[in-house]
Design a protein around this ligand. Structure first.
Ligand SMILES: C[S@@+](CC[C@H](N)C(=O)[O-])C[C@H]1O[C@@H](n2cnc3c(N)ncnc32)[C@H](O)[C@@H]1O
Length: 285
C-alpha cells in the first residue's frame, strides 16, 4: 500500500473542502493534517514529502467526514489557538474568537504597571481571557467564574497545561454572587446574541457553541444588565471593567453601565474596526 505525503493529503483535502463550499478550506485542511500527524508549521514547510502512517490516514479520513458534516476544526481537534496559546475546547465551551483578543490587549495595557493585580473573569468558558492575561502579567492573580461546571473543568485543565494553576482559581456561580474581595480588573465576554437571532447564526456556531454562551435573552442585553448591576461592588476604587461588545451594542451597553453609576472611558475596536471592548471605571479619569 502506498501511503500519501502530508503535503498531498493537505492539498487533496483542501480541494474537497473548497468544493463543499467551506469558508476557509486550505487553512482547515492544513490544521487537520497538522492535528493528526502532530507536525508543526515549520515541519509542514520543511518536510512536505513526509509520508503519513496508515493510522494517520484513517484519522484524517474521520476528520474529513466530521468537517464535511459541519463540525468546526477546533471541535474535531479538541483545541484552539488564542493569544498564541493552545486552549482545549469541548462542547461545553465557546470556541475562543480572535476578536476577543482585543479585550486581552486592552486589559493587559491597563494593568501593565500594577504591582500584583487581581483579575476577575466573569463567564470564563475555556479560561482564555483570564489565562492569556495571567500569561502576559507574571505578577497577576485571578478568579474565573462560570455557571457551567463542565466549562470550568476545561478551564482548570487549560490552566494546568499552561502552567498557571498556582495563580488562578475557578468558581462555579452566577456572575459575582458569593464572591469576596475587590478586583483591579473585571473582564467579561458575556452571552450577547438576541434570542430571536440564534436560529439565523452560522450552522457551525448554532450547532456547536453552547447555548449558555450565546443566548443574551430577548434583546441580547440580559447578561450585560446583570453585569452592570454587580461589577461596581467587586471593583477597587481605581479598577477597570473591560467588557466585550456584540455588533452595534456599544451605546446600549454603555448606557447600562452609566446608569449603574460607572463611567464609560472608551470603546476599543477590533481588527475589523468594530467597537469590541468597552472600558468602564468607577471614577472618571
Ligand atoms: C460568550 S461565552 C465566553 C467564554 C470565554 N470567556 C471566551 O471569551 O471565549 C460566555 C460564558 O458565560 C457563561 N455564563 C452564562 N451565564 C452565566 C452566569 N449567569 N454566570 C456565570 N457565567 C455565565 C457561559 O457558560 C459561557 O462560558
Amino acid at each position: 500500500m502506498t501511503l500519501t505525503t502530508r503535503d498531498h493529503a493537505m492539498r487533496m483535502l483542501g480541494v474537497k473542502f473548497r468544493a463543499a463550499g467551506l469558508p476557509s478550506p486550505e487553512l482547515d485542511a492544513r490544521l487537520l493534517v497538522m492535528g493528526v500527524t502532530g507536525a508543526s508549521d515549520i515541519e509542514m514547510l520543511r518536510e512536505p514529502g513526509t509520508r503519513m502512517s496508515g493510522a494517520e490516514e484513517a484519522r484524517l479520513a474521520e476528520c474529513e467526514r466530521r468537517r464535511l458534516a459541519g463540525e468546526p476544526v477546533s471541535r474535531i481537534l479538541g483545541q484552539r489557538e488564542f493569544w498564541g496559546l493552545t486552549f482545549a475546547v469541548t462542547s461545553a465551551t465557546l470556541d475562543p474568537r480572535p476578536d476577543s483578543e482585543t479585550l486581552v490587549e486592552t486589559a493587559a495595557a491597563l494593568l501593565r504597571d500594577a504591582a500584583a493585580p487581581r483579575i476577575l473573569d466573569l463567564g470564563t468558558g475555556t479560561g482564555c481571557l483570564l489565562l492569556a492575561l495571567l500569561h502576559e502579567l507574571p505578577q497577576a492573580q485571578g478568579i474565573g467564574v462560570d455557571v457551567s461546571p463542565e466549562a470550568l473543568s476545561v478551564a482548570t485543565a487549560n490552566a494546568a497545561r499552561l502552567g498557571l494553576s498556582g495563580r488562578v482559581a475557578f468558581r462555579c456561580g452566577n456572575w459575582t454572587e458569593g464572591l469576596e474581595g475587590k478586583f483591579d480588573l473585571v473582564i467579561s465576554n458575556p452571552p450577547y446574541i438576541r434570542h430571536g437571532d440564534i436560529a439565523a447564526l452560522e450552522r457551525e456556531v448554532r450547532e456547536h457553541d453552547p447555548m449558555l454562551a450565546l443566548d443574551g435573552g430577548e434583546d441580547g442585553l440580559s447578561a450585560y444588565r446583570a453585569l452592570a448591576r454587580s461589577i461596581p461592588d467587586v471593583l477597587t476604587q481605581d479598577g477597570h471593567a473591560v467588557i466585550e461588545l456584540g455588533l452595534g451594542q456599544a451605546d446600549e451597553v454603555g448606557a447600562l453601565f452609566e446608569s449603574a453609576g460607572m463611567h464609560v472611558l472608551r470603546t476599543v475596536p477590533d481588527l475589523a474596526g468594530v467597537p469590541r471592548a468597552l472600558v468602564a471605571a468607577r471614577t472618571r479619569r
